[in-house]
Design a protein around this ligand. Structure first.
Ligand SMILES: Cc1cc2nc3c(=O)[nH]c(=O)nc-3n(C[C@H](O)[C@H](O)[C@H](O)COP(=O)(O)OP(=O)(O)OC[C@H]3O[C@@H](n4cnc5c(N)ncnc54)[C@H](O)[C@@H]3O)c2cc1C
Length: 463
């Protein structure tokens, strides 16, 4: 039987990059992928962030694939009658710290194209891909030590190191005892509709304004992402929120579909529904332990998604780099125990992966409490519109508007005060260098004073 230096379970971005770097380091690696070809059944968005261009030197070659460059994003605020009330757009800034980030927000490529393209880097360097092979269990030696994997056909493959790169439902994580399952509060049920259009129509109607985020009381957070010749819209709900039937993502998606602006986008792009997709997304405040004797977890299997945006491709690919550095060190030491593999955690914690999780608990609380909660998102949308209207309307003089802003915003003070203490304060703790003036505290104190003042006035009026 061929013995490998490592076995990579799953041929998504994490697995492909692990295979690529392993081959470059001269490690003999086998990638086992359950689909007939990488990306065949992957459900995902398509936005690749500029960080990939910063940290992977081959990324410019992706422009040979059909893609859409998103150089504008638009955030829409929708009221309870599914009518859009306000929107804000933004574009890359020349203040960005590197070139790619100055040019685009994301490059959008379908996963059916991206994953085989990434895998080609691994196989051309010498990694071996075995498709249509689903890993079902870990192989153990007579001392109970992990020594490889067992597939759905009962075949066994041996290696001293197994990398779990098989996404959110990770056999390697479960069988190694690193994680039984995600808690309902740690995983989102995502649903998407993918629409076909043509490049010409999307170029004309949407162009580079290819990322749309939607907030509303009724769904509460959703997106439309445009690709070269198609687009998809979707949203998600935490599993513990789904207990509330109206927070079920299928019901929320129906609400989202009713939004005037969404229907208009589908109409002008002559979108034809092509596919309904569902997937699970880990959204956690910290990945916890990602190594065990003879085991490393990468990408979604480890929970390496940005806890705010759920961006995952970059973090999955980067974890491939860190895992192979660790594998090389373990091979040199001749020791694959968790004592040696522990260095993997230092590597990812001291990289952009770990940086995303410094504020993990604060991001998780804001995502779960504010943006994935129809009640609070509804209040947020109303407050944003009143603020924009209060500042920018031309019904009165601007002098009048400025003086009247407090009255316009008054009904939102209790909500804003609560948001500041529950969601904004934890962010302040996350800064290594605290700002000299805790602005949120000042605003909150002001709002609390106003709330008390108004309550006193109200009481007096009723006396
Ligand atoms: C709806 C949605 C939208 C998203 N949008 C974006 C976005 O726009 N940008 C972004 O960066 N990220 C996005 N993400 C996150 C991104 O898709 C993931 O973070 C990323 O795919 C993780 O890569 P991975 O290699 O760890 O896992 P995956 O991409 O899930 O790859 C795992 C691979 O393992 C295979 N596999 C699974 N089980 C087994 C097994 N037992 N044996 C063998 N093979 C197996 C699968 O077939 C798959 O090919 C989105 C996710 C979702 C669900």
């Amino acid at each position: 039987m061929t013995k490998y230096d490592l076995i990579i379970v799953g041929g998504g971005p994490a697995g492909a990059m692990a295979g690529y770097y392993a081959a470059r380091e001269g490690l003999k690696s086998l990638i086992l992928e359950r689909s007939q070809k990488p990306g065949q059944t992957t459900v995902s968005g398509c936005g690749l962030s500029p960080k990939l261009w910063r940290d992977f030197d081959f990324m410019d070659e992706i422009f040979e694939l059909p893609h859409r460059i998103a150089d504008m994003a638009t955030v829409h605020f929708v009221d309870k009658n599914n009518k859009e009330r306000s929107s804000i757009s933004f574009t890359p800034s020349d203040q960005a710290s590197y070139d790619a980030a100055k040019k685009f927000l994301t490059v959008n490529v379908y996963r059916g194209l991206l994953d085989p393209w990434l895998m080609n880097y691994a196989t051309s360097e010498g990694a071996i891909l075995k498709a249509s092979t689903c890993v079902m269990d870990l192989l153990k030696d007579d001392k109970g030590k992990v020594s490889g994997v067992i597939t759905d056909s009962g075949e066994t493959f041996e290696a001293p190191l197994v990398l779990g790169c098989e996404g959110v439902i990770s056999v390697v994580a479960q069988k190694s005892g690193l994680r039984k399952r995600w808690l309902p509060s740690e995983a989102c049920w995502m649903v998407n509709y993918d629409f076909a259009s043509t490049k010409e129509i999307i170029d004309e109607m949407i162009g580079g304004n290819a990322l749309h985020y939607w907030y509303a009381g009724s769904f509460p957070t959703a997106y439309t992402f445009y690709n070269v010749d198609g687009f998809h819209f979707g949203l998600g709900s935490f599993f513990d929120h789904v207990k509330n039937q109206s927070w079920n993502p299928q019901s929320l998606l129906k609400e989202f579909y009713k939004v005037e602006g969404v229907r208009r986008q589908i109409k002008i792009c002559q979108g034809k529904a092509r596919e309904y997709q569902a997937h699970i997304l880990p959204m956690i405040s910290d990945p916890g332990k990602t190594y065990a004797d003879n085991i490393l977890l990468l990408g979604d299997a480890a929970g390496f998604l940005c806890p705010f945006e759920a961006e995952g491709v970059y973090y999955a690919m980067l974890s491939g780099k860190h895992a192979i550095e660790t594998a090389v060190e373990a091979q040199q030491a001749g020791d694959y125990s968790e004592t040696t593999l522990k260095v993997y955690e230092n590597k990812w914690r001291n990289s952009p992966i770990g940086e995303e999780f410094i504020l993990g608990p604060a991001f998780s609380s804001i995502v779960r409490g504010l943006f994935f909660n129809p009640v609070t998102t509804g209040e947020f949308v109303d407050a944003v519109n009143d603020l924009l209207y209060g500042l920018a309307n031309v019904a009165e003089s601007h002098y009048y508007n400025l003086n009247n802003l407090e009255n316009v915003m008054e009904r939102h003070f209790p909500f804003l005060s609560r948001v500041l203490s529950e969601y904004a304060e934890p962010f302040m703790d996350g800064f290594t260098q605290k700002p000299p003036i805790p602005i949120t505290q000042i605003i909150k104190t002001y709002l609390d004073q106003q709330i008390k003042k108004r309550a006193r006035q109200e009481k007096k009026r009723n006396e």
